[in-house]
Structures are given as structure tokens and as C-alpha cells.
Ligand binder design. Structure first.
Ligand SMILES: NC(=O)C1=CN([C@@H]2O[C@H](COP(=O)(O)OP(=O)(O)OC[C@H]3O[C@@H](n4cnc5c(N)ncnc54)[C@H](OP(=O)(O)O)[C@@H]3O)[C@@H](O)[C@H]2O)C=CC1
Ligand SMILES: O=C(O)CCC(=O)C(=O)O
Length: 441
């Protein structure tokens, strides 16, 4: 069956039609909610829950006037989408990107609801974004725009209400500016706890050990849990990556430390390949110094079609959404596609891969390490504790392994793909909580 024309797609279309919303088959939000509704149908959940999940609770849009270094003013558009908070405060990253759109932020917020529920974290789902290319502004402009955005969001964020974190284009420094701005607006009695308004902060300012590498580390723990069942050994694998930012570069370094070999990488500056293996640490330093993989002397430049068709055991997208479409999927020569990025695979690409025997490990399972260590940071802030990296890693491994086992068991029970199983395992938890809380008339 066409994955963009299932009964769940028809129900999604009907819901959107009633709300006067229109989405075509290529729309990321339509694709994602259809897949979530497919999973809800497998569980036969009540229609009420499907309606609740099909749209976010709140979509906040702000416009921030900022004075640039040359004295001119610019207006920046910001978003915070709060999808669901039945499990706890809204939680999710803030993205800075020049091309960001509301539908993308809505999709990422929905995925955060699913991700936190699958990992059994006491959080709901949210995501934010600022339409800005962070590389095109100076450091002081970046600070001013971040402070403006935080002030504009005001009480729409808070340590007990909605807790942002880093995502594409943002980092620990940006989180520190957000926390500082929020603390300045907070009442005196809450200033000490107010820094818990964001996670992914610098270590010196309430951050957690292990948060920077957490998404890559969590992904490695998921592979530890699942690969043996596929007769694969993490110490003998080859892999390629799209994106060499926080998630891509940490995934590469941690997999290499376990004995895997990095063969090819692509980012917006180009693609590179070395059949004998790329030094992940040296490449991280090159990207840090130059802004991209282009020009790295430890590998040869290749074009995008060759990058996609490089034979590897694991293909790991760690950049933007929808980067693996049907045409790319037809080129791929891998055994497993491991989603480090959010929503990197289109439904038609996934269907093609599954038909040709490639396993697809879904993002809400593979990249939940980031939000899990964010939860540890939030917990440490609330309890005035400082955990060392060993403790963080041990607890992270436990959460990731249990989630992987949950997905495997659900896939077996419902006889479905790992993606549908991951959504089903998340929805079953949310459903139970709604049922226990009862219906407010
Ligand atoms: N940071 C986190 O904790 C988490 C992140 N994620 C997800 O992981 C993914 C990556 O995030 P993160 O590593 O934090 O982001 P970063 O900004 O650190 O890195 C993004 C990477 O993607 C590359 N990229 C951007 N556009 C393209 C393109 N058109 N083609 C190829 N490469 C491109 C960037 O390359 P260049 O710099 O050359 O543009 C960069 O290497 C996102 O989907 C994010 O939502 C998920 C969970 C947690
Ligand atoms: O650490 C967090 O709270 C958010 C991480 C995130 O944005 C994501 O998992 O996509």
C-alpha cells in the first residue's frame, strides 16, 4: 500500500479538513501524524486521543526586532510549538536555521511528545525555532537576538512549564544566554531555580556532564541493544554519516572508539570518502576550524550520488529532515539505516528500504539520548546535585536499553515496523495516563 494513502492518512486529511488546514503528501507534518495515527490504529485507541495528538496544544509565534552591528534593525521570526504536556512539562530543543517553517517545528514538537513517552521521561513534547542563519551574524548579534527571543517567549517557557534545549544551530553558549535572560526577569525568590528553564547549559552554569555527547552516546547504546539480534557486531562495522555537527561528530567518535570504521561523510560543504577509514577526531577538528568537511585531507572528495551509494553496514543521517527520499534510498547499499536526525527518511523511502531488507531504526528511539541527559540535568538542577559522567552514562544506558527492548517487544507483538512499534509503545503510555486522569467535561 502507498504509505501516503493509508486509512490513517485519510483520517488525518479529514481532521485537517475540519480545521481548514491543507497538507499534501510531501508535507512533513502530514507524513508524521499519518504514521503516528497508523500506530494508534494498531492499538485501537479511542478517537479522542487521536484528535488530541493530531494537533499541538499551542503554537506561539513571536517577532523580535534586533539592532545589528552596523546600526540597522532586523526583525527575526521565532516559534515555540507546545504539542502535548500530559506526561509533564513541555520539553524540546530550539533550532536556529535560515529556512525554518512552522510545519517543521510542529513535526519536531510531535516527535518530542512521542520520544519522551517512549523513554518514559516525565515530559511532554515541544520544539522551538528562530529563522536565522547563525553563521551569518556576529557573536554579539547572536547574543542580542537570543536574549530578544527569550524575552519575547516570556512566561511561555519556565522550569516547570516548558524547557528548551539545544538543537541544530544552537549550543551551550546560546542556552546560557537564554537562562541568564530568563533569570533576570524571574522573581527574587525563584532566581536560584530559574536556570532550570533550559538544559544543555555549559557545565560551569548548571549543565550536566555528558550532555554534549549525549545524543551520539544514546545512539551507541541503542545499537548495543539491537545489533546482536541482527547478527552484527559494533566493533566490526563500517558506517557513513550525513551531517557532522553535534550529533554526527559525536556519533562518529564514539562508534570509532568502539572499533567501527567511518567511511563517508556529507554536509552542506560537500561529501568525502576514504575506503580505508576516516579519522573521526581529526575530521571533528577540521570541521570546527573550517565550518565543514570540504577540504579535509584525510579523505577524497566525492559527489552526492556516490556518497549515497557507498557500501556500508550503517547509514546514519544526522542533519535535516527528509534528506533520504526514494531516489536516495534506491542508491543506498547498507544493512541498517539509523536515524540520528529527526524525521530524515520519507515514508516512500522507508517503504523501499524495508522491501529491500534494510532495517530502519526510528529517530524517537535512536536520538533520545539528548533529551534523556537533559532530564538528568533538570533533575540535578532541582536537587542541587552534580553527577559525574560515569553515573550519567550508566543511567543513560539503562533508559536507552529499556526503550530499545520496548520497541522490539512491541514490533513482535503487533507484527509491525520498528517505526510503528516505537510510536505504538509511546502512545500506549500516553493513553494509559489520559485514561487514569479521566475526562474533564
Ligand atoms: N543536539 C541534540 O542534542 C539533538 C539533535 N537532534 C537532531 O539531530 C540532527 C542534527 O542536530 P545537531 O547535530 O544538533 O545540529 P548541528 O547544527 O550541530 O549540526 C547539523 C549538521 O547538519 C549539517 N547540515 C545542515 N544542512 C545540511 C544539508 N542541507 N546537507 C547536508 N548536511 C547539512 C550541518 O552541516 P553544515 O554545518 O555544513 O551546515 C551540520 O554538520 C537534527 O535533526 C536535530 O534535530 C536530535 C536529538 C538531540
Ligand atoms: O534535550 C532536549 O530537551 C531536546 C532534544 C531535542 O530537541 C530532540 O531530541 O530533538
Amino acid at each position: 500500500m502507498d504509505p501516503c494513502n493509508t486509512p490513517a492518512c485519510q483520517s488525518a486529511r479529514e481532521i485537517f479538513h475540519e480545521l481548514d488546514d491543507y497538507y499534501d503528501d510531501h508535507n512533513l507534518y502530514f507524513q508524521t501524524i499519518s504514521s503516528v495515527l497508523d500506530a494508534a490504529n494498531l492499538l485501537k485507541v479511542d478517537q479522542r486521543l487521536k484528535l488530541i495528538l493530531s494537533q499541538p496544544k499551542n503554537e506561539i509565534m513571536v517577532h523580535c526586532p534586533v539592532k545589528m552591528d552596523d546600526g540597522r534593525w532586523r526583525l527575526f521570526k521565532g516559534y515555540r510549538v507546545q504539542h502535548n504536556n500530559v506526561l509533564g512539562p513541555y520539553k524540546g530543543g530550539i533550532r536556529y536555521h535560515g529556512e525554518v517553517k512552522l510545519d517543521e517545528v510542529k513535526t519536531l514538537a510531535l516527535l518530542m511528545t512521542m520520544k519522551c513517552a517512549l523513554a518514559r521521561l516525565p515530559f511532554g513534547g515541544a520544539k522551538g525555532a528562530l529563522k536565522i542563519d547563525p553563521r551569518s551574524v556576529s557573536r554579539s548579534e547572536l547574543e542580542r537576538v537570543t536574549r530578544r527571543l527569550t524575552a519575547a517567549l516570556g512566561n511561555n517557557i519556565g522550569p516547570d512549564y516548558d524547557i528548551p534545549a539545544p538543537d541544530m544551530g544552537t549550543n551551550a553558549q546560546i542556552m546560557a544566554w537564554m537562562a541568564d535572560t530568563y533569570i533576570n526577569f524571574a522573581e527574587s525568590s525563584t532566581k536560584v531555580t530559574a536556570r532550570g528553564v533550559v538544559t544543555g547549559k555549559p557545565l560551569e552554569f548548571g549543565g550536566s556532564a555528558g550532555r554534549e555527547k549525549a545524543t551520539g552516546q544514546g545512539l551507541v547504546y541503542v545499537l548495543d541493544a539491537l545489533l546482536p539480534g541482527m547478527d552484527m557486531d559494533v566493533s566490526k562495522l563500517s558506517f557513513s554519516l550525513i551531517g557532522y555537527g553535534n550529533v554526527g561528530s559525536w556519533t562518529a567518535r564514539l562508534l570509532q572508539a568502539r572499533g567501527s570504521q567511518l567511511k563517508a561523510v556529507m554536509d552542506h560543504t560537500g561529501a568525502i570518502c576514504n575506503e580505508a577509514g576516516i579519522d573521526a577526531e581529526a575530521l571533528a577538528q577540521h570541521v570546527q576550524a573550517t565550518g565543514g568537511v570540504n577540504g579535509f585531507t584525510g579523505a577524497d572528495a566525492i559527489d552526492a550520488p556516490n556518497f549515497y551509494s557507498t557500501p556500508v553496514d550503517l547509514f546514519i543521517p544526522a542533519a535535516l529532515e527528509q534528506m533520504v527520499d526514494l531516489e536516495h534510498a534506491e542508491r543506498l547499499q547498507c544493512k541498517v539505516l539509523v536515524e540520528a536526525a529527526n524525521a530524515p527518511t520519507t515514508p516512500r523511502a522507508e517503504q523501499h528500504l524495508l522491501q529491500k531488507g534494510v532495517e530502519v531504526l526510528p529517530a524517537i528511539l535512536c536520538n533520545a539520548g539528548g533529551v534523556t541527559v537533559s532530564y538528568f540535568e533538570w533533575k540535578q538542577n532541582r536537587q542541587s546535585e552534580t553527577w559525574d559522567e560515569e553515573l550519567v552514562d550508566e543511567r543513560l544506558r539503562k533508559v536507552m536499553t529499556r526503550s530499545a527492548e520496548r520497541v522490539l517487544a512491541t514490533a513482535k507483538r503487533l507484527d509491525c515496523s520498528m517505526r510503528l512499534a516505537s510510536y505504538a509503545a509511546a502512545i500506549a503510555h500516553i493513553d494509559k495516563v489520559y485514561e487514569m486522569r479521566g475526562v474533564f467535561p
